[in-house]
Design a protein around this ligand. Sequence first.
Ligand SMILES: Nc1nc(=O)c2c([nH]1)NC[C@@H]1CN(c3ccc(C(=O)N[C@@H](CCC(=O)O)C(=O)O)cc3)C=[N+]21
Length: 291
Amino acid sequence: MSAEIIDGKAAAATLRARVGELAAGFAADTGRKPGLAVVLVGEDAASAVYVRSKGKATVAAGMASFEHRLPADTAQEDLLALVDRLNADDAVDGILVQLPLPEGLDADAVLQRIDPDKDVDGFHPVNAGRLATGLNGFVPCTPLGCLMLLKERLGDLSGLNAVVIGRSNIVGKPMAALLTQASCTVTVAHSRTRNLAHHLAGADIVVAAVGRANFVSGDWIKPGACVIDVGINRTDDGLVGDVDFASAASVAGAITPVPGGVGPMTIACLLRNTLVAAHRRAGVALAADAI
Ligand SMILES: Nc1nc(=O)c2c([nH]1)NC[C@@H]1CN(c3ccc(C(=O)N[C@@H](CCC(=O)O)C(=O)O)cc3)C=[N+]21
Protein backbone atom coordinates (compact mmCIF):
# COMPACT_ATOMS: atom_id res chain seq x y z
CA MET A 1 0.00 0.00 0.00
CA SER A 2 1.40 3.37 -0.98
CA ALA A 3 -1.43 5.90 -0.70
CA GLU A 4 -1.75 8.35 2.11
CA ILE A 5 -5.05 7.78 3.91
CA ILE A 6 -6.96 11.06 4.08
CA ASP A 7 -8.35 11.35 7.61
CA GLY A 8 -11.81 12.85 7.11
CA LYS A 9 -12.70 12.29 10.74
CA ALA A 10 -9.80 14.47 11.89
CA ALA A 11 -10.48 17.15 9.26
CA ALA A 12 -14.14 17.20 10.29
CA ALA A 13 -13.21 17.56 13.98
CA THR A 14 -10.99 20.55 13.13
CA LEU A 15 -13.77 22.15 11.07
CA ARG A 16 -16.39 21.54 13.78
CA ALA A 17 -14.10 23.12 16.39
CA ARG A 18 -13.66 26.21 14.18
CA VAL A 19 -17.43 26.41 13.62
CA GLY A 20 -17.88 26.17 17.39
CA GLU A 21 -15.55 29.14 18.02
CA LEU A 22 -17.35 31.26 15.44
CA ALA A 23 -20.77 30.16 16.73
CA ALA A 24 -19.77 31.35 20.21
CA GLY A 25 -18.75 34.70 18.73
CA PHE A 26 -22.06 34.94 16.90
CA ALA A 27 -23.98 34.20 20.11
CA ALA A 28 -21.99 36.85 22.00
CA ASP A 29 -22.70 39.42 19.26
CA THR A 30 -26.39 38.69 18.71
CA GLY A 31 -27.63 37.14 21.94
CA ARG A 32 -28.76 33.96 20.22
CA LYS A 33 -27.21 30.75 18.93
CA PRO A 34 -27.27 29.76 15.26
CA GLY A 35 -30.15 27.29 14.84
CA LEU A 36 -30.58 24.22 12.66
CA ALA A 37 -33.94 22.50 12.15
CA VAL A 38 -33.89 18.88 10.94
CA VAL A 39 -37.06 17.23 9.69
CA LEU A 40 -37.29 13.44 9.63
CA VAL A 41 -40.37 11.83 8.11
CA GLY A 42 -40.91 8.11 8.72
CA GLU A 43 -38.90 5.48 10.56
CA ASP A 44 -36.02 4.63 8.23
CA ALA A 45 -33.36 3.28 10.61
CA ALA A 46 -30.32 4.66 8.75
CA SER A 47 -31.95 8.12 8.46
CA ALA A 48 -32.73 8.12 12.19
CA VAL A 49 -29.05 7.42 12.95
CA TYR A 50 -27.88 10.29 10.70
CA VAL A 51 -30.41 12.70 12.19
CA ARG A 52 -29.30 11.82 15.71
CA SER A 53 -25.62 12.40 14.89
CA LYS A 54 -26.46 15.71 13.18
CA GLY A 55 -28.35 16.84 16.29
CA LYS A 56 -25.48 15.88 18.59
CA ALA A 57 -22.88 17.63 16.41
CA THR A 58 -25.08 20.75 16.23
CA VAL A 59 -25.37 21.05 20.01
CA ALA A 60 -21.66 20.24 20.50
CA ALA A 61 -20.80 23.18 18.19
CA GLY A 62 -22.82 25.55 20.39
CA MET A 63 -25.80 25.75 18.07
CA ALA A 64 -29.50 25.21 18.70
CA SER A 65 -30.92 21.98 17.29
CA PHE A 66 -34.63 21.67 16.48
CA GLU A 67 -35.72 18.15 15.59
CA HIS A 68 -39.08 17.44 13.99
CA ARG A 69 -40.17 13.82 13.61
CA LEU A 70 -43.27 13.15 11.57
CA PRO A 71 -45.01 9.83 10.88
CA ALA A 72 -44.45 8.05 7.55
CA ASP A 73 -48.08 8.71 6.52
CA THR A 74 -47.71 12.51 6.89
CA ALA A 75 -49.66 14.40 4.21
CA GLN A 76 -47.74 16.55 1.73
CA GLU A 77 -49.62 19.67 2.84
CA ASP A 78 -48.73 19.05 6.50
CA LEU A 79 -45.05 18.72 5.64
CA LEU A 80 -45.21 21.91 3.56
CA ALA A 81 -46.93 23.68 6.46
CA LEU A 82 -44.07 22.67 8.78
CA VAL A 83 -41.54 24.04 6.28
CA ASP A 84 -43.53 27.28 6.17
CA ARG A 85 -43.38 27.55 9.96
CA LEU A 86 -39.62 26.93 9.99
CA ASN A 87 -39.14 29.51 7.22
CA ALA A 88 -40.95 32.06 9.39
CA ASP A 89 -39.14 31.13 12.64
CA ASP A 90 -36.36 33.61 13.40
CA ALA A 91 -34.55 31.15 15.69
CA VAL A 92 -34.09 28.82 12.70
CA ASP A 93 -31.19 29.69 10.38
CA GLY A 94 -30.94 26.38 8.56
CA ILE A 95 -33.54 23.81 7.50
CA LEU A 96 -32.73 20.25 6.47
CA VAL A 97 -35.42 17.79 5.37
CA GLN A 98 -33.83 14.36 5.56
CA LEU A 99 -33.94 12.43 2.28
CA PRO A 100 -35.23 10.08 1.03
CA LEU A 101 -38.83 10.92 1.96
CA PRO A 102 -41.34 8.06 2.29
CA GLU A 103 -43.24 6.94 -0.80
CA GLY A 104 -46.03 9.31 -1.78
CA LEU A 105 -44.33 12.54 -0.72
CA ASP A 106 -42.99 14.91 -3.38
CA ALA A 107 -39.41 15.72 -2.31
CA ASP A 108 -38.87 18.32 -5.05
CA ALA A 109 -41.91 20.30 -3.95
CA VAL A 110 -40.73 20.20 -0.32
CA LEU A 111 -37.17 21.29 -1.19
CA GLN A 112 -38.53 24.15 -3.30
CA ARG A 113 -40.63 25.34 -0.37
CA ILE A 114 -37.55 25.92 1.83
CA ASP A 115 -36.40 29.55 1.97
CA PRO A 116 -33.23 29.50 -0.21
CA ASP A 117 -31.44 31.57 2.44
CA LYS A 118 -32.12 28.80 5.03
CA ASP A 119 -31.34 26.00 2.58
CA VAL A 120 -28.17 24.73 4.27
CA ASP A 121 -28.33 21.51 2.22
CA GLY A 122 -27.96 23.61 -0.94
CA PHE A 123 -30.64 21.54 -2.69
CA HIS A 124 -33.03 24.37 -3.67
CA PRO A 125 -32.90 25.16 -7.42
CA VAL A 126 -32.02 28.78 -6.55
CA ASN A 127 -28.85 27.58 -4.79
CA ALA A 128 -28.05 25.14 -7.60
CA GLY A 129 -28.36 28.12 -9.95
CA ARG A 130 -26.19 30.30 -7.73
CA LEU A 131 -23.49 27.61 -7.71
CA ALA A 132 -23.70 27.16 -11.47
CA THR A 133 -23.32 30.90 -12.07
CA GLY A 134 -20.69 31.61 -9.42
CA LEU A 135 -22.96 33.52 -7.03
CA ASN A 136 -22.76 33.25 -3.26
CA GLY A 137 -25.27 30.66 -2.11
CA PHE A 138 -25.27 27.39 -0.24
CA VAL A 139 -23.22 24.52 -1.63
CA PRO A 140 -24.36 20.94 -0.90
CA CYS A 141 -22.45 19.58 2.10
CA THR A 142 -20.96 16.40 0.64
CA PRO A 143 -19.29 17.99 -2.41
CA LEU A 144 -18.18 20.95 -0.26
CA GLY A 145 -16.53 18.51 2.15
CA CYS A 146 -14.85 16.70 -0.76
CA LEU A 147 -13.47 19.99 -2.08
CA MET A 148 -12.05 20.86 1.33
CA LEU A 149 -10.29 17.48 1.57
CA LEU A 150 -8.88 17.90 -1.94
CA LYS A 151 -7.56 21.41 -1.24
CA GLU A 152 -6.03 20.31 2.04
CA ARG A 153 -4.15 17.54 0.27
CA LEU A 154 -3.34 19.20 -3.08
CA GLY A 155 -3.43 22.94 -2.45
CA ASP A 156 -4.22 24.77 -5.68
CA LEU A 157 -6.30 22.51 -7.96
CA SER A 158 -5.83 24.71 -11.02
CA GLY A 159 -5.21 22.77 -14.25
CA LEU A 160 -5.68 19.32 -12.75
CA ASN A 161 -7.75 16.70 -14.53
CA ALA A 162 -10.75 15.65 -12.44
CA VAL A 163 -13.20 12.84 -13.14
CA VAL A 164 -16.47 12.86 -11.21
CA ILE A 165 -18.28 9.53 -11.41
CA GLY A 166 -21.99 10.16 -10.86
CA ARG A 167 -24.30 12.96 -11.95
CA SER A 168 -26.79 13.34 -9.09
CA ASN A 169 -28.09 16.74 -8.05
CA ILE A 170 -26.81 16.05 -4.53
CA VAL A 171 -23.21 15.12 -5.30
CA GLY A 172 -22.07 14.70 -8.92
CA LYS A 173 -23.41 17.90 -10.48
CA PRO A 174 -22.43 20.29 -7.66
CA MET A 175 -19.03 18.54 -7.35
CA ALA A 176 -18.38 19.15 -11.05
CA ALA A 177 -19.40 22.80 -10.65
CA LEU A 178 -17.04 23.29 -7.69
CA LEU A 179 -14.11 21.66 -9.49
CA THR A 180 -14.78 23.75 -12.59
CA GLN A 181 -14.76 26.86 -10.40
CA ALA A 182 -11.42 25.68 -8.96
CA SER A 183 -10.07 25.60 -12.55
CA CYS A 184 -9.89 21.84 -12.95
CA THR A 185 -10.57 20.21 -16.29
CA VAL A 186 -13.67 18.24 -15.37
CA THR A 187 -15.16 15.09 -16.84
CA VAL A 188 -18.51 13.85 -15.54
CA ALA A 189 -18.81 10.08 -15.99
CA HIS A 190 -21.94 8.06 -15.20
CA SER A 191 -23.68 4.75 -15.76
CA ARG A 192 -23.78 5.25 -19.55
CA THR A 193 -20.14 6.27 -19.86
CA ARG A 194 -18.21 4.13 -22.33
CA ASN A 195 -14.73 3.05 -21.35
CA LEU A 196 -14.53 4.65 -17.93
CA ALA A 197 -10.99 3.27 -17.55
CA HIS A 198 -9.92 5.44 -20.50
CA HIS A 199 -11.20 8.60 -18.77
CA LEU A 200 -9.70 7.66 -15.42
CA ALA A 201 -6.26 7.01 -16.91
CA GLY A 202 -5.64 10.77 -17.12
CA ALA A 203 -7.36 11.76 -13.88
CA ASP A 204 -5.33 13.50 -11.17
CA ILE A 205 -8.53 13.65 -9.07
CA VAL A 206 -11.24 10.99 -8.90
CA VAL A 207 -14.51 11.58 -7.04
CA ALA A 208 -16.58 8.40 -6.94
CA ALA A 209 -20.29 8.90 -6.25
CA VAL A 210 -22.05 6.10 -8.10
CA GLY A 211 -23.63 4.18 -5.24
CA ARG A 212 -22.18 0.80 -6.23
CA ALA A 213 -19.98 -1.09 -3.77
CA ASN A 214 -16.30 -1.40 -4.78
CA PHE A 215 -17.15 -0.25 -8.34
CA VAL A 216 -13.92 1.63 -9.11
CA SER A 217 -10.96 -0.71 -9.54
CA GLY A 218 -7.41 0.28 -8.67
CA ASP A 219 -6.34 -0.82 -12.17
CA TRP A 220 -8.15 2.23 -13.57
CA ILE A 221 -6.49 4.76 -11.25
CA LYS A 222 -3.58 6.89 -12.45
CA PRO A 223 -0.56 6.35 -10.17
CA GLY A 224 -0.40 9.12 -7.58
CA ALA A 225 -3.99 10.29 -8.13
CA CYS A 226 -6.10 11.68 -5.29
CA VAL A 227 -9.19 9.49 -4.83
CA ILE A 228 -12.27 10.70 -2.95
CA ASP A 229 -14.81 7.99 -2.19
CA VAL A 230 -18.33 9.32 -1.56
CA GLY A 231 -19.98 5.88 -1.54
CA ILE A 232 -21.64 4.46 1.56
CA ASN A 233 -22.74 0.91 0.79
CA ARG A 234 -23.91 -1.51 3.45
CA THR A 235 -22.68 -5.00 2.49
CA ASP A 236 -22.11 -8.32 4.25
CA ASP A 237 -18.53 -7.11 4.73
CA GLY A 238 -19.81 -3.99 6.51
CA LEU A 239 -19.72 -0.42 5.24
CA VAL A 240 -17.77 -0.04 1.97
CA GLY A 241 -17.30 2.74 -0.54
CA ASP A 242 -17.68 2.97 -4.31
CA VAL A 243 -13.93 2.43 -4.69
CA ASP A 244 -12.23 -0.93 -4.26
CA PHE A 245 -10.08 0.36 -1.42
CA ALA A 246 -7.33 -2.30 -1.34
CA SER A 247 -6.52 -2.15 -5.06
CA ALA A 248 -6.89 1.66 -5.29
CA ALA A 249 -4.72 2.32 -2.22
CA SER A 250 -1.82 0.50 -3.87
CA VAL A 251 -1.73 2.99 -6.79
CA ALA A 252 -3.26 6.24 -5.57
CA GLY A 253 -1.25 9.03 -3.96
CA ALA A 254 -4.03 9.61 -1.44
CA ILE A 255 -7.43 8.11 -0.77
CA THR A 256 -10.35 8.61 1.61
CA PRO A 257 -11.49 5.59 3.63
CA VAL A 258 -15.10 4.52 4.22
CA PRO A 259 -16.05 5.06 6.97
CA GLY A 260 -13.96 7.96 8.28
CA GLY A 261 -13.58 9.87 5.02
CA VAL A 262 -16.23 12.01 3.34
CA GLY A 263 -19.13 11.15 5.73
CA PRO A 264 -17.89 13.09 8.76
CA MET A 265 -17.06 16.08 6.53
CA THR A 266 -20.67 16.16 5.29
CA ILE A 267 -21.93 16.80 8.82
CA ALA A 268 -19.19 19.34 9.59
CA CYS A 269 -20.10 21.24 6.40
CA LEU A 270 -23.75 21.25 7.42
CA LEU A 271 -22.74 23.07 10.61
CA ARG A 272 -20.52 25.37 8.58
CA ASN A 273 -23.41 26.26 6.25
CA THR A 274 -25.70 26.85 9.23
CA LEU A 275 -23.15 29.23 10.75
CA VAL A 276 -22.90 31.11 7.45
CA ALA A 277 -26.72 31.25 7.16
CA ALA A 278 -26.97 32.71 10.67
CA HIS A 279 -24.46 35.47 9.87
CA ARG A 280 -26.16 36.37 6.60
CA ARG A 281 -29.64 36.41 8.13
CA ALA A 282 -28.49 38.53 11.07
CA GLY A 283 -26.45 40.88 8.87
CA VAL A 284 -23.30 40.04 10.85
CA ALA A 285 -20.10 39.98 8.79
CA LEU A 286 -18.13 36.74 8.44
CA ALA A 287 -14.79 37.06 6.66
CA ALA A 288 -14.70 35.07 3.41
CA ASP A 289 -11.64 33.18 4.61
CA ALA A 290 -12.93 32.70 8.18
CA ILE A 291 -13.97 29.15 7.44
N1 LIG B 1 -31.34 16.34 3.30
C1 LIG B 1 -30.34 15.47 3.45
N2 LIG B 1 -29.08 15.95 3.61
C2 LIG B 1 -28.03 15.08 3.76
O1 LIG B 1 -26.87 15.52 3.90
C3 LIG B 1 -28.30 13.67 3.78
C4 LIG B 1 -29.62 13.25 3.60
N3 LIG B 1 -30.62 14.16 3.42
N4 LIG B 1 -29.92 11.93 3.59
C5 LIG B 1 -28.91 10.92 3.83
C6 LIG B 1 -27.53 11.38 3.40
C7 LIG B 1 -26.39 10.60 3.98
N5 LIG B 1 -25.62 11.52 4.78
C8 LIG B 1 -24.52 11.17 5.54
C9 LIG B 1 -23.97 11.99 6.49
C10 LIG B 1 -22.92 11.58 7.29
C11 LIG B 1 -22.40 10.32 7.17
C12 LIG B 1 -21.32 9.89 8.08
O2 LIG B 1 -20.91 10.60 8.95
N6 LIG B 1 -20.81 8.66 7.92
C13 LIG B 1 -19.78 8.09 8.77
C14 LIG B 1 -20.29 6.85 9.48
C15 LIG B 1 -21.27 6.05 8.69
C16 LIG B 1 -21.91 4.89 9.45
O3 LIG B 1 -21.25 4.28 10.30
O4 LIG B 1 -23.11 4.62 9.16
C17 LIG B 1 -18.53 7.81 7.96
O5 LIG B 1 -18.64 7.70 6.73
O6 LIG B 1 -17.50 7.68 8.56
C18 LIG B 1 -22.91 9.50 6.22
C19 LIG B 1 -23.96 9.92 5.40
C20 LIG B 1 -26.21 12.74 4.73
N7 LIG B 1 -27.30 12.73 3.94
